[in-house]
Design a protein around this ligand. Structure first.
Ligand code: PRT
Ligand code: ZN
Length: 283
């Protein structure tokens, strides 16, 4: 029995989806255009357009898939979100012409909005009690106001430079998105077991990416303050140095609070701080 995993064939998520699988220790041959088999783990990879992945997973053509949460929400298929994967981060936003005097979401009443996300946009407008027309288009949404097709747009934004270059201004964020692992809710037996093993590996890779290993030297009188800054996985390891009155402290710090922690450690008297990447981390 093998688990069929659908990933984006060509696009923003392709490379990182493959890297994640590789970091999970899964060896995938480069050969196939539509399909590839892993040699050391019971999965087959199917390369698809991201828009088709929810349907294929819901139908059981693929068992699991990796794609943007934005597409999962837009397609409204019967699939389960198993993991957030921490890459492909973006937001779906509303934007208007830079010179428009925008005064809040009700500005869109009676207006026309161009988007490739009509379902999410419609849900948002209904939730806000706004009556606007949706112009569904398949690409290049950002040019719609300039050519007189719509008054505003609802599109994916990451750096914001596409909006800027087209004379548009982001005014509301409808949702934040990142790549996710989805599954067919009917998976049972051996396939479910393979999925659990895959998720276990993905979590180890994710934890490793989100944490750093830290080593430092500290005078013994500063240890209490330093340990309070470095809770670690259970608690920090403290080893005596050859020099009397000094210890070496080893722990794990979160990537996102990392610089603040370093500042605190230096204030507390830590010296010789080393920070190393973690290859895998099992909680
Ligand atoms: O061919 P296929 O249908 O598989 O690919 P696609 O063209 O539909 O999707 P693709 O590869 O562009 O994006 C895949 C997924 O990446 C999306 O569904 C999002 O989840 C995620 N993602 C992350 C993005 C962006 N960042 C992004 N910046 N998807 C699209 N964009 C586009 C956006 O549409 C706009 O045109 O980039 C432009 C905005 O970028 P900034 O940086 O200028 O703001
Ligand atoms: Zn697509």
């Amino acid at each position: 029995m093998r688990l069929k995993i659908a990933i984006q064939k060509k696009g923003r998520l392709s490379e990182q989806s493959l890297s994640l699988l590789r970091e999970c220790g899964i060896r995938i041959s480069n050969g196939g255009k539509l399909k590839a088999e892993a040699s050391n783990f019971p999965v087959d990879v199917l390369y698809l357009r991201d828009d088709d992945i929810p349907q294929y997973v819901a139908d059981g053509v693929a068992d699991v898939g990796i794609l943007g949460e934005n597409v999962v929400l837009e397609k409204e298929k019967q699939v389960r979100v198993e993991e957030k994967l921490g890459f492909g981060k973006c937001r779906l936003s509303l934007a208007v012409r830079r010179e428009e005097s925008y005064n809040g979401p009700s500005w869109f009443n009676g207006k026309k909005i161009a988007s490739t996300y009509p379902v999410i946009l419609n849900n948002y407008l209904r939730g806000q009690g706004i009556n606007a027309a949706i112009e569904e288009i398949s690409g290049s949404v950002e040019i719609a106001p300039g050519i007189g097709l719509a008054d505003g747009v609802c599109d994916i934004v990451s750096t914001g430079s596409t909006l800027l270059m087209n004379g548009l201004r982001e005014v509301e964020t409808i949702l934040h998105s990142e790549a996710v692992l989805i599954s067919n809710p009917g998976l049972r037996g051996e396939k479910q077991t393979i999925l659990s093993r895959l998720r276990f590996r993905i979590q180890a890779v994710q934890n490793a990416r989100q944490n750093k290993y830290i080593l430092l030297n500290a005078p013994d009188e500063a240890l209490d303050t330093i340990c309070a800054l470095l809770p670690g996985m259970k608690s920090p390891t403290i080893l005596p140095l050859a020099e009397k009155g000094w210890s070496s402290v080893h722990s794990v710090v979160k990537e996102d609070t990392f610089w603040e922690v370093i500042d605190g450690l230096r204030r507390a008297g830590a010296q010789g701080i080393l920070v190393c990447p973690i290859e895998k981390m099992f909680l």
